[in-house]
Design a protein around this ligand. Structure first.
Ligand code: G4P
Length: 531
């Protein structure tokens, strides 16, 4: 029987992030093909709402179904057990992606070589940096006329605020793309557009002066490559794996996911470099994965796709010890013990009941309303994992009941949907005034639709003029009271009863920060890890 240490060593848990359309779905599918988890391309449905016309509810419903099935994909590659956590592509679901990033040990970031670093990529990387997540960058679509690779690297460094280190280098680009030179081991990978075959033409050359290089890519491109590599050696430090694991340096690869090009190279490097499950910080102490006793936390809650049941699935990341089916575990927040008779993994529409799970694994637990995002399960000890912050939403609306006879249903629906993480709930006047905050408009439609169909409640929304929500802490009670007198109508409480200030503009916020020096304004709900 293998020990917990062996199980941990074998596991890699990561997410692929990208701006929509950069190639996340395509890359995911290719990785699954290499891992033998699927046999044909097209087996993984794209987990995204293609056009942003927000009113296609059927599409949203379908989405919910698909994203349960593809939430966690596990496959084996060369003795390594890989857990790939899916993140929604649509920007309105960015909050969901942020939370998923709390459950992974590393990240692969996909960049479109034509578009470079896009807005959403910057936001996602902020979250990675906050957690010091190791990041590997895959610059995709090299078969298209993209930007100069040196410019792309500069853009990555300046916009994402991370040092980069190219581990492969493209030979030409677009219609004349010839392939990549692997800087790490000096091999050549010759490009050949092919969407079905998964083998690559890897050719070993002695060194860059090898005449074989000229023969393979032509004199002009061979010379360009020699110059590029000389420049790279002069500009970039040699690769330091520890700095990658500490989240300081991101290795960069070039390829074309749709053509299966550069994907194997990426995967081979990934399993070699990416960290196995690591220690995690809880409120009372640091929890090492190899500890004998089980612990884990819920980072995502999904409504069950079966509309006849109100059951939900709570996704739990195992952090230490061994999870076992039908064994009692301690729900720290509720101070109650629960056992789970059908913990499951989901894979390409298939659900499998599992008997045990180890650090790095993600399991789906059937939930009848006991879990909130951020909940911790242990084998008895009382501690809560940290690192699952909420960020300020971008759009704020007050919930207005559309049917006074259904106010109980509305209350329950709003509570449960926000616990699922569909949106954030802020309350005022002892719960009489409810404000919902989201990253995008789409959520309001989802909420309205689900309230009606799952809870029989109707509601309308009143848009509020809020620029940002800031969590407030203070040491001086009198100062907070003075602030409350002046700005009480803009103070609400979040799901954990923390005080949140809803600022109407950045100017007002900055003025208040200066005027009330004894209050601290935080830009996420986990105060000690502000970015
Ligand atoms: P996403 O999940 O990040 O949103 O992106 P997705 O993989 O769906 O890819 C977006 C589009 O980019 C797709 O085309 C996909 O085929 C294409 N693509 C992915 N990798 C490459 C590549 O290496 N080279 C080129 N030229 N294109 C690539 P689509 O037309 O939107 O969808 P589809 O009909 O082809 O599936």
């Amino acid at each position: 029987m293998s020990s917990i240490q062996d199980e941990i060593r074998k596991r890699r848990t990561f997410a692929i992030i990208s701006h929509p359309d950069a190639g996340k779905t395509t890359l995911t599918e290719k990785l699954l093909l290499f891992g033998g988890a699927i046999q044909t391309a097209g087996a993984v449905k794209s987990n995204k709402i293609k056009n942003s016309a927000a009113s296609d509810f059927m599409e949203i419903e379908k989405q919910r179904g698909i994203s349960v099935a593809t939430s966690v994909m596990n496959f084996k590659y060369k003795d390594v057990l890989i857990n790939l956590l899916d993140t929604p592509g649509h920007k309105d679901f960015a909050e969901d992606t942020y939370r998923t990033l709390t459950a992974v040990d590393s990240v692969i970031l996909v960049i479109d070589c034509v578009k470079g670093v896009e807005e959403q990529t910057e936001k996602l990387m902020e979250v990675c940096r906050m957690r010091n997540s190791p990041v590997i960058v895959f610059i995709n679509k090299m078969d298209r006329e993209g930007q100069n690779p040196f410019d792309l690297l500069d853009e990555l460094e300046s916009k994402l605020n991370i040092k980069v280190c190219p581990l492969s280098w493209p030979i030409s680009i677009g219609a004349t793309f010839k392939g990549v030179y692997n800087i790490f081991d000096g091999s050549l990978n010759i490009f050949n557009a092919n969407k079905t075959k998964i083998e690559e033409d890897i050719i070993t050359i002695k060194n860059l002066e090898d005449p074989l290089l000229n023969k393979l890519v032509g004199d002009k491109d061979a010379e360009q490559l020699r110059q590029d590599i000389e420049l790279i050696n002069g500009v970039y430090d040699s690769f330091d794996a520890q700095k990658y694991r500490d989240g300081i340096v991101a290795p960069v690869f070039f390829g074309s996911a749709v053509n299966n090009f550069g994907v194997r190279e990426l995967l081979d490097t990934f399993i070699r470099l990416a960290p196995a499950p690591r220690s995690r910080t809880a409120d009372k102490r640091i929890i090492a994965p190899e500890e004998e006793k089980f612990s884990g936390f819920v980072f995502k809650i999904h409504a069950n796709i079966d509309p006849r049941h109100r059951d939900r699935i709570a996704f739990l990341r195992v952090c230490s010890g061994k999870f076992e089916r039908n064994k009692f575990f301690h729900h720290v927040r509720l101070d109650k013990d629960y056992k789970f008779s059908s913990p499951a993994t989901f894979m390409a529409q298939e659900k499998n009941i599992i008997e045990e799970a180890f650090p790095g694994d993600v399991i789906g637990l059937y939930d009848t309303g006991n879990f909130k995002i951020g909940d911790t399960l242990t084998e008895g000890e009382n501690f809560m994992f940290k690192g699952i912050p909420s960020f300020s939403p971008e759009i704020f609306k007050e919930v207005v009941n559309g049917d006074p006879l259904k106010s109980k249903q509305l209350e329950k629906g709003v509570k449960q949907l926000t616990e699922e993480g569909v949106a954030q709930l802020f309350i005022q006047n002892n719960g009489n005034k409810k404000i919902i905050g989201t990253v995008g408009e789409l959520q309001f439609e989802v909420i309205q639709y689900r309230l009606k169909h799952e809870y029989g409640a109707t509601c309308n929304f009143h848009t509020m003029q809020v620029y940002k929500a800031c969590w407030i802490t203070y040491t001086d009670v009198a100062e907070f009271e003075r602030f409350s007198k002046y700005r009480g109508h803009q103070i609400a409480q979040d799901k954990d009863n923390n005080y949140v200030f809803l600022a109407e503009s950045s100017w007002v916020l900055n003025t208040l920060i200066a005027d009330f020096p004894k209050l601290t304004f935080h830009f996420n709900s986990e105060f000690k890890t502000d970015i």
